[in-house]
Design a protein around this ligand. Structure first.
Ligand code: PEP
Ligand code: MG
Length: 904
């Protein structure tokens, strides 16, 4: 039979610290602390499996649970020598939530359970403290009413405030026993009015209701949101720990506190915490009174402090990680109520990990496993200052969307890219707000502090471009009603006009009104040490996606070893090195597209050639000695031409043709489904002169660099290939142009020709495709789109429902962010196996957005890719994840070997 309840107390525990999945962090911590001899109040933990059962069976508890709880309650009463709800010597308990992953403050807890008219009197007698007993009771009635029944907390708080006003006192500690007794009566009357029932007196009823309410809180809005934001998936639910109450509010010899074994902000090794004399735990959390630092406690209660210091040392060496502990002192006796791995700032994460390696508490591998991708990401982006109150943020919140690129940004809202450029030129800080963005907007996007769009998902144009620059970006903010004509947006009942300040939080996907204070984190001194360890361990190479020399410099600074994707079309609209020439190159590309015959197209391409060649020269120079994979033109051409009449007229004038010709050509380019239309290498099949110009630019640039002593390793990549024959045509054309130039130059130059794998057909036929490709690079943005049949630009509208456990909960993560291992992953594995069967040395990488997602990087390692290529700012995450993949692989191998040995 399944065991749903685990007891701990009197120095023994049925559970252990290892059983976090089943007992939750709190239950496992209490069991483990009991084992290692720390003073822990007795109790029992109901497992997360019971919670899982509860939700799977229409909120019914497993039948056998009631007998198990009854038996454990008896045992608890025996150990403590008290009885729940007794009118002589009552046992009071807390009923606490706690899942395998810490979710601070997201779920519920009920304290002082077991109080009723009889037991409150007994408690007063026993403690000789009537005021204390009634204070405990009013707290219980309030918690029960709000947490179990769901009555509004504010209404009860208002009654407390009114009571204090009547008594003419400021602090809760000044309220008398009589005062609390009156408040309990008021609360109970309120309860009756609201529910039509009496407040429950029976301790059994109270207990079971509380257990149900704690389970219920697993699915409360805030808990679900927290799990989504923190990417916590795969847990069964919360456990419930029923623990004997100990009281920190029994007088000056009692108190309660929270402490960390090291400083959670800096990581420094000093005992850090807060202590409140004569208080219950919730008072510390609620911040009603100002607590004293632990050092003050050392002075006031030296003996207890010494015990606490002992617990600190014991727990840290036992768990080999920084612990966050809660404790209570009841009349001079210390009780440990909780220990868990402490949350810390990214800077502290690095420092603690490195310090613990030095102290020989953990190995380098363990240190690396402790760093989360977010810890690294948060080091490179400005963030909202922690001192800004949550309530302040809630007040300012305009809308939420998809958190496309982390970090935060403050600026004036501007609704067109052109104006954003003008404003920025004048020295203004702007946030570009668009329904969606297109390549035409890159200038405005580049100068903006942050980008906000009403539509789109994590691989939409705005997200991809912003990520490349490490620029804060929130997309898919469906609630925004953007009015371009009036230059304003409406959200949450408010209006933001052009020029008004807004703040974006790209880590959470929030938009706030006004200027919120930001801070730039400093790189921790040991950052390079830890990433150096990662580089030594990892097997995967880490390249970066970079379109310009500027991006490439950033990529190298972040540790990239090559360029895995240079999207040439991103160079068409802005000249990053000579901005004053941007218009000139825009015109050249537009003229090329508008041209309706080969000759005219060739002429326009001639103009574009020097620009592209200069781009590549600069890129190669920055990447001296590293491979550079350059992809030929990819997006549908209509993205590069103007759609409104005014701009068409302007273009016609500039290139000296009739506006009707421009309009007709733009109309011709219109497609019902451009993402599946005339794009990718299909453009080069139809217009081979584009391929010729781009290959020429690449090879001539490479030769020029080589002459200057730069080590160049160019790789020409064809996007969206369908099959062998198509790629063979393109590869032949590429080699013809390249070889002729090389031959003429008299310089020796090695280059590769390969393809992106972005379509299921190419992946399925990878063995044939590999016959004509030197390399594969998985374009998982398009591959996800085409395998799933979900538009990468539109799916943002409904995908949140797909990953929200409270809604459809169909996916555990956004497939455009983290590779869908089951579906898309299967195809990738197939393509790698088949590709390498044909060409064992086939170079294989990934350049879709997934390359910067830690879970996807681990997948890429497992399937044997050679490298991953994320945007420059995500390079450090990829370096870390690639190392973690090796460490985890070794650990899994060791486990398997051990299991095998055991079997024999
Ligand atoms: C991809 O599809 O994964 C890719 C890298 O190309 P793009 O995002 O430019 O379509
Ligand atoms: Mg693509």
């Amino acid at each position: 039979m399944k065991k749903y309840v685990y007891f701990f107390g009197a120095g023994k525990a049925e559970g252990t610290g290892e059983m976090k999945e089943l007992l939750g962090g709190k239950g496992a911590g209490l069991a483990e602390m009991t084992h290692i001899g720390l003073p822990v109040p007795a109790g029992f933990t109901i497992t997360t499996e019971a919670c899982d059962y509860f939700f799977k069976h229409g909120r019914k508890l497993p039948r056998e649970l009631s007998a198990e709880v009854a038996a454990n309650l008896k045992r608890l009463e025996r150990v403590t020598g008290k009885k729940l709800g007794d009118a002589e010597d009552p046992l009071l308990v807390s009923v606490r939530s706690g899942s395998a992953r810490s979710m601070p403050g997201m779920m519920e807890t009920i304290l002082n359970l077991g109080l009723n008219a009889g037991s409150v009197a007994a408690l007063a007698r026993k403690t000789k403290n009537e005021r204390f007993a009634w204070d405990a009771y009013r707290r219980f009635v309030q918690m029960y009413s709000t947490v179990v029944i769901g009555l509004a907390k504010e209404e009860l708080e208002a009654k407390l405030r009114a009571l204090k006003a009547r008594l003419g006192v400021k602090d809760d500690t000044q309220v008398t026993a009589e005062g609390w007794r009156g408040l309990v009566a008021e609360y109970k009357a309120h309860f009756r009015r609201k529910t039509g029932k009496e407040f429950p007196e029976g301790p059994q009823e109270q207990l079971w209701d509380a257990i149900g309410a704690v389970f219920e809180s697993w699915m409360a809005e805030k808990a679900v949101t927290y799990r989504r934001v923190e990417k916590i998936t795969g847990l069964l639910g919360t456990a419930v720990s029923v623990v004997q109450m100990v009281f920190g509010n029994l007088g000056e010899n009692s108190g309660t506190g929270v402490c960390f074994t090291r400083d959670p902000s800096t990581g420094e090794k000093h005992f850090y915490g807060d202590f409140l004399i004569n208080a219950q735990g919730e008072d510390v959390v609620a911040g009603i009174r100002t607590p004293m630092p632990l050092q003050e406690m050392a002075r006031r209660m030296p003996k207890v402090y010494e015990q606490l210091e002992h617990a600190r040392r014991l727990l840290e060496t036992h768990y080999r990680d920084m612990q966050d502990m809660e404790f209570t002192v009841e009349e001079g006796k210390l009780y440990m109520l909780q220990t868990r791995v402490g949350k810390r700032t990214p800077a502290a994460t690095f420092r603690i990990a490195a310090d613990m390696v030095r102290e020989r508490l953990i190995s380098k591998e363990e240190a690396l496993l402790r760093i989360k991708p977010e810890d690294i990401e948060r080091l490179f982006y400005p963030v909202i200052d922690q001192s800004v109150a949550r309530t302040e943020l809630a007040r300012r919140q305009l809308a939420t969307g998809i958190n496309a690129v982390p970090g935060a940004a403050v600026g004036k809202a501007v609704f067109t890219a052109h104006e954003a450029e003008d404003w920025a030129q004048r020295g203004e800080k702007v946030i570009l707000v668009r329904r969606e963005t297109s390549p035409e907007d890159v200038g405005g996007m580049f100068v903006a502090q942050g980008i906000l769009t009403a539509t789109g998902g994590k691989t939409s144009h705005a997200a991809v471009v912003a990520r490349g620059w490490g620029k804060c970006c929130v997309v898919g903010c469906e609630r925004l009603d953007i009015d371009y004509a009036q230059k304003l947006m409406r959200a949450n009942g408010r209006v933001v006009r052009q020029g008004e300040w807004i703040t974006l939080d790209g880590s959470e996907g929030s938009v706030y009104e006004g200027e919120v204070a930001l801070v730039m984190p400093e790189l921790p001194p040991v950052y390079h040490t830890l990433l150096g360890w990662a580089d030594k361990i990892r097997r995967l190479g880490v390249h970066a996606n970079a379109d310009t020399a500027h991006d490439a410099r950033k990529a190298r600074e972040m540790g990239a070893e090559g360029i895995g994707l240079c999207r040439t079309e991103h160079m068409f609209f802005k000249d990053f090195e000579q901005p004053e020439r941007s218009i000139e190159r825009q015109l050249a590309i537009q003229e090329m597209i508008i041209a309706d015959n080969r000759e005219a197209r060739r002429k326009a391409l001639e103009k574009l050639l020097p620009f592209q060649r200069r781009d590549f020269v600069n890129l190669f120079k920055v990447m001296d000695g590293c491979p550079v994979i350059i992809r030929l033109i990819d997006p549908p051409l209509h993205e590069f031409v103007p759609h409104d009449r005014e701009k068409q007229a302007e273009l016609a004038r500039k290139i000296g043709i009739d506006v009707e010709v421009v309009a007709r050509r733009v109309e011709q380019l219109r497609e019902a489904n451009p993402m599946l239309g005339h794009r990718g290498c299909r453009l080069a099949i139809t217009y081979p002169e584009i391929l010729e110009m781009q290959v020429r630019a690449i090879i001539e640039a490479a030769i020029e660099c080589k002459k200057q002593g730069v080590k160049v390793l160019p790789e020409v990549m064809h996007p969206l290939t369908l099959d062998r024959k198509e790629l063979a045509l393109l590869a032949d054309a590429t080699r013809r142009v390249a070889d002729e130039i090389i031959k003429k130059s008299g310089i020796k130059l090695r280059y590769l020709v390969g393809t992106m794998i972005e379509l299921p057909r190419a992946a399925l036929l990878a063995d044939q495709v590999a016959e004509v490709a030197d390399f594969f690079s998985f374009g998982t943005n398009d591959l996800t789109q085409t395998v799933m049949g979900l538009s990468r630009d539109d799916a943002g509208r409904f995908l949140p429902d797909y990953v929200d456990e409270k809604k459809a909960g169909i996916f555990s993560a956004d497939p455009f962010q983290s590779i869908d291992v089951e579906g898309v992953g299967l195809l990738i594995k197939w393509a790698i196996e088949r590709g390498r069967a044909t060409r064992p040395k086939l170079e294989i990488g990934i350049c879709g957005e997934h390359a910067g997602d830690a879970a996807s990087v681990k997948f890429c390692h497992q399937v044997g890719m050679d490298y991953v290529s994320p945007s420059p700012f995500r390079v450090p995450v990829a370096r870390l994840a690639a190392a973690q993949a090796v460490i985890e692989e070794r650990a899994a191998g060791k486990k398997r070997r051990q299991a095998k040995l055991k079997k024999h």
